[in-house]
Design a protein around this ligand. Structure first.
Ligand code: CTP
Length: 407
């Protein structure tokens, strides 16, 4: 639990509380009261099924705000209520979340106001499931929860105990006071609060002639996920990105570059004041020594390109006086630890994250990754999981090691 002396730890936080149709809906009123007491600005959205269990007047009285429940009959003339709520919320918490609601969410349905709001929102989403223990144990519910976790949805609860239907088991709504603590923890300052983090991501392109280039299969997904995770951990994040198809992560500033030399220049220019440098880009190791000024014509059967080494951006940053905490990446097909530790020492890094690559592996283009992380006197394995989750774990490890070395 986050310890906070402040009586209103959620002061000014804009939270949308979604209430769906389960017997535990009556507990949402208590949760609503606790969140408001903690300082949150609260709006409530209810599904039709929730209206069968608890009246909107209860929430309206507690929040002093109209309750949103219909896509078509919002506040006078406001047919876009779900879009406004979607933009307004800093966190959407659905408590209770029924099995049916969870299934609809997984499918991406938007046929009620709460689902449509969630679809239209960039705000993080937390669910507090509540249902009969057998429904919770059902294979479909397990699968649905797994899919939501992969989408970074936070799942708070359920708890074990006696259920409204008389059953015993897992499925009770987490107690409102515990859900309040979850929300406070969610908004607590991250481990990188006040820190500046510079990240390189994606491939680079090295020109052969005006229309051709040398590059690699890096998608940039890992670097972008790290940028997002570092921002969520409270850091000010600058992403220097090679060409990718990815959208700029929320809250992150991005500088677009093409070649290794451009990436180097951008990094060195932005380096002063950075606390942490994460070199996640798959920088081309070689580039054509003399790119042709005009398009090369196919005049001969063979064409030889002369290549030269590109500058090693990470090694250059790590060699600077007053350098930031430096994290490198290594892609290896064999002897992972041996080569990774060689690079850690050779480039004088603080940490290195290594992944195993083999021909058809998804490490470059896929959505999942696994990493082995090494530093001077430690190592940790992060098993295969979505890049967004592995990024969060890696950022937590970086934040921890950084705080030990630069308290
Ligand atoms: N890197 C860099 N600038 C380069 C090359 C690499 O900043 N010109 C960084 C990458 O972002 C990554 C790490 O260095 O963090 C990778 O090191 P490198 O020695 O290039 O590893 P590999 O690409 O795996 O190379 P090798 O073929 O030597 O194994």
């Amino acid at each position: 639990m986050n310890t906070c002396d402040n009586q209103t730890p959620l002061a000014g936080k804009r939270i949308l509380l979604g209430v769906t149709g389960g017997i535990a809906a009556y507990k949402s009123a208590e949760l609503c009261r606790l969140l408001i007491q903690a300082g949150a600005e609260l709006r409530v959205a209810m599904t039709d099924a929730a209206l069968e269990f608890i009246r909107p007047l209860t929430f309206q009285a507690l929040t002093g705000q109209p309750v949103a429940s219909s896509l078509f009959q919002g506040e006078a003339g406001n047919a876009m209520e779900h879009i406004e709520l979607a933009r307004w919320a800093e966190l959407i918490l659905v408590a209770p979340a029924t099995a049916d609601f969870i299934a609809r969410l997984v499918e991406g349905q938007g046929d009620n106001l709460l689902l449509a709001t969630i679809l239209a929102s960039k705000a993080p989403l937390a669910l507090a499931p509540a249902m009969n223990q057998q429904m919770w144990a059902a294979a479909s519910t397990r699968d649905n929860l797994q899919r939501l976790r992969h989408r970074d949805v936070l799942i708070w609860g359920p708890e074990a105990g006696e259920q409204a239907c008389g059953d015993q088991g897992l499925g009770r709504l987490r107690e409102p006071s515990d859900l309040l603590e979850d929300v406070i923890d969610f908004f607590a300052p991250g481990p990188l609060e006040g820190r500046r983090v510079l990240i390189t991501a994606g491939p680079t392109r090295e020109a052969i002639d005006p229309v051709r280039f040398l590059s690699n299969r890096s998608s940039g997904k890992m670097g972008y996920a790290l940028a997002q995770a570092a921002w969520r951990a409270g850091a000010e994040v600058l992403l220097v990105s090679g060409p990718t198809c990815l959208e700029r992560p929320d809250g992150v500033e991005r500088i677009d570059v093409i070649s290794a030399e451009e990436m180097r220049r951008a990094v060195l220019e932005q380096l002063p004041g950075q606390d942490i440098f994460i070199a996640c880009a798959a920088v081309a190791d070689y580039r054509p020594r003399q790119p042709a000024r005009d398009k090369i014509k196919k005049q001969s059967e063979r064409l030889t390109l002369e290549l030269e080494r590109t500058p090693d951006i990470l090694a250059e940053v790590a060699a600077r006086p007053n350098r930031p905490f430096c994290v490198g990446f290594a892609a290896e097909t064999q002897e992972l630890e041996h080569y990774a530790r060689d690079k850690l020492a050779g480039k004088k890094l603080d940490m290195i994250a290594a992944n195993r690559v083999d021909g058809d592996d998804g490490a470059f283009e896929g959505d999942d990754n696994e990493l082995a992380v090494f530093w001077d006197d430690g190592a940790i394995e992060l098993p295969r999981q979505p890049k967004t989750r592995i990024a969060r774990e890696l950022i937590a490890i970086i934040a921890d090691q950084f705080s030990r070395r630069r308290p």
